[in-house]
Every structure is written in C-alpha cells, then in structure tokens.
Design a protein around this ligand. Structure first.
Ligand SMILES: [Zn+2]
Length: 307
C-alpha cells in the first residue's frame, strides 16, 4: 500500500475526462444521477441546522442545495479497466425501477448506458460487476427491463457478491416481509442475476487480480466491502458508503440513518480515514459530487480532502 504523500505516486482526478489513472489501472466515473437533494437530518441523526450552517462554509458549494441543510448527492458507478478486466463497481439506481417512495429513483429513463458508451464500453464488454453492498442505489443497473422481464444488463459479466452481504438480504427476503426488501431492489436487481447463473459468491477479502481486491468494511450494511485498485505504487479505494457526504470528513463520527450498525460503521470510517490521512491513497466514495475525489489530510478533529 502506498504510504507516503508523494506527488509522484498520488493519483489525481482528471476533471475533463471524469477519470483517473492508478498506475496502469484506469478508473472512470459513470453517472446515473447527480445533484440529488437529501435533507441533512434524513441522513444524519446528529445533524442540526446550526451545526450544518457552521460546517457548510468549510466545504465546496457543489455539495449543497439552497441551504446548508440540503445535501447534494451523486449516484455513479466506477468503471475500472485493468490489463485483464473491465469492471463496474456499484450499479446505482437503474431505469424503469418501481420506487414510489424514492421519487428520484422511480421509473427513470436515464442515460447511464450512453454514459458508459462514452467511456468506450458496451454492456457486452463488461466482464465483472461488483456492488459494495446491496442497497437499492447500488444494484439498479445490475438489471434492465426487457419485454417486461428483468434481465442482467451485462450479458457476459460475472457478478461478484460478497457472500456475507448476499446472505443477509436473502434471509430478509426469505422471511417474506409485508414490504418488499430494499424497495423491491433485491427482487428486481439481484435475484435475476442469480437466476441467470451469472452470480459468484466471494469472501469479503476476495482478490479479483490485476491489483483489484476487496476489503471488509462492515457497519453500513452487515457484509459491506470496499474495493481497492493498486498498481505501480499508486493506490485508490472505492469506499462505497463507508463515507456518504463530505460533512463526514468534518464529523467522521457521524453514521447515517441508513447504516445497519451505526457504531460499527463509525469504527470502519474512522479507521479508513486514519489509514488514508497523509498518504497518497485516493478516496473514491460512491456519492460525493464531482470532482471531489482525492487524498485525505488530517484537519483538527476531522479531515479534509485534497483534490
Ligand atoms: Zn448509497
């Protein structure tokens, strides 16, 4: 793991290309949705309008809507290209999904696959799909609607699921709850991949190869993982929802209302940020607005990000 903040080994985000280079590994951001407002207190139980007002001034305006309590999130995948693999990580919200209680995700017809094509990749060229966890906003593009049936979007891909994460959601689904599991996304965006035979269950520390490997990051969900890309002394961590929004750089102790275990999530995030601080490791979260991707520096009781 790269451990010194050495400019020569520090990946930087290319804003024009919405991508970065980690040694010989290329990483592109593929957008599904951006500038989606969420009320701060919907995400963070510890937030108050007064605290938000105080900390918003320390962060870029791209992360906020009209007020400091109006947080903006991006929903994007990362496309990882190694010498051997074309990988998509975190599959966002998807098109045509029935999510009436989440209006921004409901019955969409967004240009995600066009955005992927713009990065030079057709669906049949993707050979690995991975989700850091199985929340509805990380599995959506696993499947697409074809003649009224949900089918895998990427016909030649192996879909790698962390076994612990999959087992948790499958048990909830098998309990036949009155409400569909995760707004229905387990049924429309995960189970069709199992039926097609494309799913592969892996350990939380699975090594994909060519510098790409998983690391357990439990707490946001029971089997949540982060994905590392490391090559030629360069290093990036696709940390999913271990950190949701830059307010958690200032308040790294804040877990979200969406975390299944808030104290485990807190411990995971504190360790991640402490390990990254002062190193040349680039952090690529699942929901930070563009182009807030970079390295991490200690800043008082919290941290700040260096683009
Ligand atoms: Zn998420």
């Amino acid at each position: 793991m790269a451990d010194a903040l050495n400019p020569a080994t520090r990946p930087t985000w290319n804003i024009d290309r919405d991508s970065c280079q980690v040694g010989n590994i290329g990483i592109n951001r593929i957008v599904d949705l951006e500038n989606i407002p969420f009320a701060a207190d919907l995400i963070y139980p510890d937030s108050t309008p007064e605290i938000m007002e105080k900390i918003a001034g320390r962060l870029d305006k791209i992360h906020f809507g009209e007020t400091s309590s109006d947080l903006y999130l991006s929903f994007h995948s990362y496309l990882i290209r190694t010498a051997n693999h074309t990988i998509l990580v975190d599959l966002c919200c998807g098109n045509d999904k029935h999510r009436p209680t989440r209006p921004h995700w409901h019955q969409r017809s967004g240009p995600f696959l066009d955005n992927l094509a713009e990065a030079g990749v057709a669906p049949d060229e993707v050979d690995i799909v991975m989700c850091t966890h199985l929340h509805a906003d990380h599995v959506g593009w696993n499947t697409k609607l074809e003649n009224g049936t949900w089918v895998p979007t990427f016909p030649n891909a192996r879909y790698l699921f962390a076994e612990k994460e999959y087992n948790y959601w499958q048990a909830l689904h098998d309990a036949n709850p009155p409400e569909p599991v995760m707004y229905g996304s387990f049924e429309d965006s995960v189970l069709p991949v199992i039926s097609s035979g494309q799913a592969e269950f892996v350990a939380g520390d699975h090594n994909v190869g060519s510098g790409v490997f998983l690391e357990p990051a439990y707490g946001h969900t029971p089997g949540n993982v982060m994905i590392h890309a490391e090559d030629n002394g360069r290093h990036a961590i696709l940390c999913g929802d271990a950190i949701h929004h830059p307010v958690q750089l200032i308040h790294p102790e804040w877990s979200t209302n969406f975390c299944s275990d808030q104290s485990e999530s807190r411990a995971t995030r504190l360790a991640l940020l402490a390990n990254c601080a002062g190193t040349s490791t680039m952090l690529l979260p699942a929901h930070f607005q563009s182009p807030e991707y970079g390295t991490i520096e200690k800043d008082g009781d919290g941290y700040h990000l260096v683009r």
